[in-house]
Design a protein around this ligand. Structure first.
Ligand SMILES: [Zn+2]
Length: 250
């Protein structure tokens, strides 16, 4: 059994449970968000995105998704059985970053190879998942930020789980910078074969703490289990396992 710790909410006095490794916790009774180490109020912006679907609608969305796309077995929507549909509000940090990377590299596909220079200039709302052990395809999730509202615990469904952040803002900003620099390395390598020099200049704004509604769905098809991750705001499948179709060539 996991050890669960408890602090008192300094706003309403209710107990706030948290797991080892969590840094920022939200009171489920009043929505007060605090930094666990100090018990003090969290001072950055805390936002949320609303979930728009119930469990029945989610199943319908997934069955529709199962009906489309030629890679899926024809009877997938009809023959699949759902046995898990869980809504969780996952914690993210959204870090505004203006990033410029100047690079110099060698384009080796020409004979003789040439040295090329280039510049990448981008603005991001870079998304960092605030959990370490959750498997979530962050880069495939286009967070619907236009629907962002101030965090309101009354909008959280009773059956949903709200996960706390396992990192504070500074760590999220550092992680965002690191991920952006390696993303720019990747972009530069589309242009040159070997990078000789790379200079990154990143400036960051205030990170926003964000809870977003994500459905974790498990289904069974022909005796095998598969999972699907669905965006509770847009109803879109973020990532879904598809049983491999056997084409019967032999
Ligand atoms: Zn409270």
């Amino acid at each position: 059994m996991a050890v669960i710790h408890e602090i008192r909410c300094s706003n309403c006095g209710a107990p706030i449970n948290f797991n080892p490794g969590e840094m920022v916790a939200t009171c489920q009774y009043c929505g007060f968000t605090c930094v666990i180490e100090t018990g003090k109020a969290f001072t950055l912006e805390h936002s949320m995105i609303l979930n728009e679907y119930d469990s029945t609608q989610v199943e319908e969305l997934v069955r529709n998704w199962m009906r489309g796309g030629f890679l899926k077995p024809g009877d997938l929507a009809k023959s699949s059985k759902f046995f898990e549909k869980n809504l969780a509000y996952l914690p993210f940090w959204v870090v505004p970053v203006t990033a410029t990377s100047e690079y110099k590299g060698v384009f080796e596909r020409l004979v003789p190879p040439v040295v090329k220079e280039g510049k990448i200039e981008k603005k991001y709302n870079w998304l960092v998942l605030a959990r370490k052990a959750v498997e979530f395809p962050t880069r495939e999730y286009d967070v619907p930020l236009e629907g962002k509202i101030p965090y309101d615990f009354r909008k959280i469904e009773g059956f949903a789980k709200v996960l706390n952040s396992e990192m504070e803002g500074g760590e999220a900003v550092a992680l965002a910078k690191q991920q952006i620099m390696s993303h720019h390395q990747f972009l530069a390598k589309q242009d040159v074969d070997k990078i000789i020099e790379m200079k990154d200049d990143l400036s960051t704004g205030d990170a926003v703490y964000l809870h977003a509604p994500i459905w974790f769905i498990a289904y069974e098809y022909k005796g095998e289990r598969y999972s699907i991750i669905l965006d509770g705001a847009t109803g879109g499948v973020i990532k879904g396992d598809i049983p491999s179709t056997k084409f019967g060539l032999f």
